[in-house]
Design a protein around this ligand. Structure first.
Ligand code: FES
Length: 907
């Protein structure tokens, strides 16, 4: 058939059943993204004869003889060479983070008439975004400008500098992992996954699969390296248990890999999977973590020895923490009031729009893997270990990553792709479907948290006791770290001298949990901050006042039950007092907000959260910056860009140090061939650790430049913020501009950071909600978050991180839940059934910043990607309790659950 795509005629023969999205991508139109396969997310939106359609549910043959417009061709429809007006608006408002949804968003938005633009909740309901919370996208459509022009002012620090990748993102030119023309000889890999929650694989008969046309290779447990590893990626690999194999002879959850088929096409690989004959010996499974800890429970990893570093395989414990400070017994005895209750959180998924995927090949004998990962260097290290290869024989790189949120701090695809490449010698590609993302990729750890608080009548805390049971699922990736982190800052923010923590991370035969924004804190903060609210009500104290009487102050250090973990913490700045005040004032200002009608009940709620700005145990980054011909600087960093905005921040840091414009900084990143090492983009380290390395590299280059030119600097300590090494910005810029013009030879500066000491950041969330007692529905009337991010490098981006984190957490609080049936199967592995917030579901969160400058972070900044998520659930539950007088202690606060709770209390 013939179809016209943008300005090009194509002759194509669609395969039976092929969708338009797949055909367009095969023709090289990579601006058409794949986020689902069911018309739910809109990432694949194109115009068909001028009308937006979801191309993943549009049969390819329907495009015959019709005009298809993808994001690459949008500008031409407006008679423009470079950009359509809507693309310009998305740039001006920076209506994106990772940008994976952006082509679809822009195409839908550009098709709206004036009436449709007045109701964006309805008009944009077919396009999902997991990063932004839709606020910046709405601003873009409304023509609001957030970015500031590059007007030649040397210090771009603290300004809304646009993301360097913006033009590529809005035009569809930005390349993500799988946006690549097929390499010669490319093979496709598909995985056969387990139908059983717990079973031993007796045999795999590959005969029929290998006989199918196009099937080149079948990998079974007998092909797997014997070495055990963890899918989690950490600087210190000993943080996680070695409990996983590339292909294991035992399957421990429904959806685990059983075998892999490598074939000439995806369809042939899928047919090969269907042809495999597997005999299983089904074992008794355990799904509940409390049951799994009891004597006699099935042992998920009973076959493991001490080398796996599992805390206690005979009780399914991957990790445990039991520690005390002070005298908790005496503390509770001294209390005049005690509050005690249990709180539960559910399994929620990252749902980044780009699924996991990788392409591997051999490049002159070097195993090369292009992957959607937050940790290219740690993934290379793991591949070297698994396949006994030296580092120079393995290269891992990533392009722009389409959302991560911690979910890509795992090695979920690279190992099996590498095995297939090494066995075939040919390029191999693997891309998870959306269903695989739900059944085979990690989720947030569900937790049950029992909290006991003792206090004096004036609200002074005398004792805190926390008991945490964390469901790590079938494998222990991130299980220990999430448990320790969750047990730390959630109570560390309170000065109480007597604390006791018992925590258990427990194996069950369910889909493994993993790293997810907040890293355990959102669960424990929900419990502790709900309990603090209940205590405040019992004491008839204002919830803000109860916090003020107990939180650590500017001279304090986190008070956890185990302070040995906090030896390198420095309170580089303190803005919690400001955050409390900002949210309290904002809620007071909005006191008149009206509910939909008088039958709704209205209430306010707040919660706070503290986070240490860098993970413990070492987090390393290197940076290199070179002055190239023409006055351009080339900055090389290891950290990945997945919508967190670190690329912009790095350009701003380097520009501020070098007295130049951010547009003069060209960035190369996330490729093990470029630098020695970088731990990775997780734990909000992209700005504070990699940013520190960038700052130091830029300082080193600046010193070299200034030495060389023998420039006499005018020093004015009050005019600049370079940790006291102040340079009068205007003078430096003029001098350096002259140098740029004269520069012929390349000058280089290098820098590194070990991620220590670590500072502390704070977030306070406030909500006003309305609750409908007749249905249990919750509507958010006002959402406000105050953030202590130190000196804010880019207010527009930082606000976007807070709004996006709050949006994700609202979904996780109100309705998101990965549900698992009695046989261990995920029953809602699709966006249509696992509901992430759509446009209509979210309020616009007001974001306020504390005015602080950090002594530890780069140029005074602190991290602010993870932490906005953490106080949201408790603040919402507290607002619901304020509105109705009924406490909901189990997430999600879905209407049916809230209705039942209200009905039980005759509300
Ligand atoms: Fe929308 Fe990432 S920016 S999904």
């Amino acid at each position: 058939m013939r179809l016209h795509v943008n300005d090009t005629d194509h002759d194509a023969v669609p395969r039976p059943g092929q969708c338009l999205r797949t055909l367009l991508r095969e023709l090289g139109w990579f601006g058409v993204k794949k986020g689902c396969d069911s018309g739910d997310c809109g990432a694949c939106t194109v115009w068909l004869d001028g009308q937006p359609v979801h191309s993943c549910v549009t049969p390819a043959f329907r495009a015959e003889g019709r005009a298809v417009t993808t994001i690459e061709g949008l500008a031409a429809t407006a008679g423009a060479d470079a950009l359509h007006p809507m693309q310009r608006r998305f740039l001006a408002a920076q209506g994106f983070q990772c940008g994976f949804c952006t082509p679809g968003m822009v195409l839908t938005a550009a098709s709206l008439d004036q009436a449709q633009r007045r109701d964006l909740a309805a008009s944009m309901k077919g396009n999902l975004c997991r990063c932004t919370g839709y606020g910046a996208i709405g601003d873009a459509i409304d023509g609001i400008v957030h970015t500031e022009p590059d007007d030649g002012i040397a210090s771009a620090f603290g300004r809304n500098v646009p993301a360097p990748a913006g033009p590529a993102v809005v035009t569809g030119r930005a390349r993500y992992t799988l946006d690549a023309a097929p390499l010669p000889g490319l093979l496709h890999l598909k995985l056969l996954r387990s139908p059983h929650a717990f079973a031993r694989i007796v045999s795999v008969d590959v005969t029929a699969a290998l006989a199918l046309p196009g099937v080149q290779l079948v990998l079974t447990p007998s092909d797997s390296p014997a070495r055990l590893f963890s899918t989690a990626r950490h600087e210190n690999p000993l943080e996680d248990p070695d409990d996983t194999r590339v292909l294991d002879g035992v399957v421990r959850f429904v959806g685990q890999r059983v075998a892999a088929v490598v074939a000439d096409s995806e369809a042939a690989a899928e047919a090969g999977c269907r042809a495999l004959q597997v005999e299983y010996e089904v074992l008794q499974a355990v799904f509940d973590p409390e049951a799994a800890m009891r004597p006699g429970a099935p042992l998920v990893h009973g076959d493991k020895g001490p080398a796996s570093r599992i805390h206690d395989p005979s009780h399914n414990l991957v990790a445990a923490v039991e520690s005390s400070s002070g005298d908790p017994v005496a503390g509770f005895a001294a209390a005049e009031i005690v509050h005690e209750a249990s709180y539960t959180t559910q399994r929620v998924q990252h749902a980044s729009l780009e699924t996991h995927g990788a392409i591997g090949w051999l490049d002159q004998g070097c195993l090369t893997v292009r992957s959607s990962t937050q940790t290219p260097f740690l993934t290379r290290r793991a591949l070297c270990d698994l396949f006994d290869l030296p580092p120079e024989r393995v290269r891992v790189l990533c392009e722009r990553v389409g959302g991560g949120f911690g979910g890509k701090q795992e090695m979920l695809v690279e190992d099996i792709v590498a095995l297939a490449v090494l066995r075939t010698g040919r390029p191999v590609r693997l891309e998870f479907t959306r269903e695989e993302q739900f059944i085979g990729a990690p989720s947030r750890h569900p937790m049950r948290v029992a909290v006991k608080l003792g206090a004096k009548r004036d609200g002074t805390l005398t004792a805190i006791h926390l008991r945490v049971v964390s469901n790590t699922g079938a494998y222990g990736n991130h299980g220990p770290g999430v448990l320790h982190h969750g047990c730390s800052e959630s109570i560390g923010v309170y000065r109480c001298p007597n604390k006791r923590v018992e925590g258990y991370a427990v194996y069950t035969n369910t889909v493994p949990a993993g790293a997810f924004r907040g890293y355990g804190l959102s669960q424990t903060v929900f419990a502790v901050e709900s309990a603090m609210d209940e205590l405040a009500r019992a004491l008839r104290l204002d919830p803000f006042e109860l916090r003020r009487r107990n939180v650590i102050g500017p001279d304090g250090a986190p008070h956890s039950a185990d302070d040995t973990a906090h030896t390198d913490i420095e309170m580089g700045s303190y803005g919690l007092d400001q955050c409390l005040k900002l949210v309290e004032s904002a809620l007071r200002r909005g006191a008149g907000t009206k509910p939909p009608d008088p039958s709704w009940q209205v209430g306010d709620g707040m919660a706070l959260a503290m986070i240490i700005t860098t993970p413990p145990g070492g987090h390393f980054a290197q940076a290199r910056i070179a002055l190239c011909a023409g006055g351009i600087y080339e900055l090389t960093v290891g950290t990945a860009e997945f919508g967190n905005g670190t690329t912009t921040v790095h350009a701003q840091i380097a520009a501020a140090v070098l007295g130049t414009r951010p547009t003069a900084i060209r960035i190369r990143q996330s490729d093990t061939a470029l630098l020695g090492h970088d731990t990775g983009a997780y734990g909000s380290t992209g700005s504070v650790v990699a940013g520190q390395a960038t700052e130091r590299a830029a300082l080193a280059l600046r010193d070299r430049l200034l030495d060389r030119a023998a420039i006499q600097l005018c020093v004015d300590r009050a005019a600049c913020h370079l940790h006291g090494a102040a340079v009068q910005a205007g003078t430096a810029r003029l001098a350096l501009d002259a140098l740029h013009a004269a520069s012929e030879a390349e000058l280089v500066g290098t820098g590194s950071s070990a991620g220590t000491p670590r500072s502390i950041a704070f977030n306070v969330q406030g909500f006003r909600v309305a609750v409908q007692p007749g249905t249990g529905e919750i509507r958010i009337l006002h959402s406000v978050q105050a953030a202590d991010a130190g000196r804010v490098i880019n207010p527009m981006q930082c606000r976007g991180q807070v709004q996006g984190g709050t949006a994700q957490a609202i979904g996780a609080t109100l309705y998101e839940e990965l549900r698992i049936d009695a046989a261990g199967r995920v029953v809602n592995p699709a966006f249509r059934h696992y509901h992430i917030p759509a446009w209509a579901d979210l309020p616009r969160t007001e974001v306020l910043f504390a005015d602080t400058t950090d002594r530890v972070g780069p140029l005074g900044a602190k991290s602010m990607s993870e932490s906005p998520y953490n106080p949201v659930a408790a603040a919402l539950a507290n607002a619901v309790a304020d509105a109705t007088g009924v406490r909901c202690r189990d997430l999600p606060l879905a209407p049916d659950r809230v209705f039942r709770a209200l009905a039980a209390h005759n509300v």
